[in-house]
Design a protein around this ligand. Structure first.
Ligand code: NI
Length: 169
């Protein structure tokens, strides 16, 4: 396993649409292992492959709270089968937009289909933080960042702040 570099805005790579994975094999599992290690080191609760520069429809996630045992989860080619009409705001952040947090309104519940680490198809319901996180990460697969859901002014301010942060590092 290896920690990979996380791309930050305004990297044009983050705007790419990721490709469907054709087979879940050892190479893909090695990518998922690296992504998980990178996410834990950041630290973060979710990461899409495009954030480490790989345009594949792969997401890793761990929503365990502090003190809880790790609960790594892997989503390959995730698809939303159903989303509730009811929406809710949640204050989101993103490893590719460091130190910026703002509210995004999304469906409260979704039904989701994906392949897991073994390549098995899983259909599951998501709500709460899981629903927020999976929708945020799935946006990444289509080149959409959470700041794209904000006003143009807020988005430009966020990118400016991240540029400053990167320069100071
Ligand atoms: Ni993100």
């Amino acid at each position: 396993m290896a920690i990979r570099e996380i791309l930050v805005v305004p990297s044009p790579v983050l705007k790419q649409v990721s490709e469907t994975v054709r087979v879940v094999d050892d190479d893909l599992r090695a990518l998922m292992d690296d992504m998980l290690e990178t996410m834990y080191a950041a630290p973060g609760i979710g990461l899409a492959a495009i954030q480490v520069g790989v345009a594949k429809r792969v997401i890793v996630m761990d929503l365990a709270r502090d003190g809880e045992e790790a609960q790594p989860r892997f989503f390959v080619n995730p698809e939303i089968l159903w989303a509730s009409e009811e929406t809710a705001p949640y204050e989101e952040g993103c490893l590719s937009v460091p130190e910026i947090y703002d509210e995004v309104e999304r469906p409260l519940q979704v039904k989701l289909k994906s392949l897991n680490y073994q390549g098995e198809e899983i259909v599951e319901d998501a709500e709460g933080l899981f629903a927020v996180c999976i929708q945020h990460e799935m946006d990444h697969l289509d080149g959409v960042l959470f700041i794209d859901h904000l006003s143009r002014l807020k988005r430009e301010q966020a990118i400016k702040k991240v540029k400053k942060l990167v320069k100071a590092a």
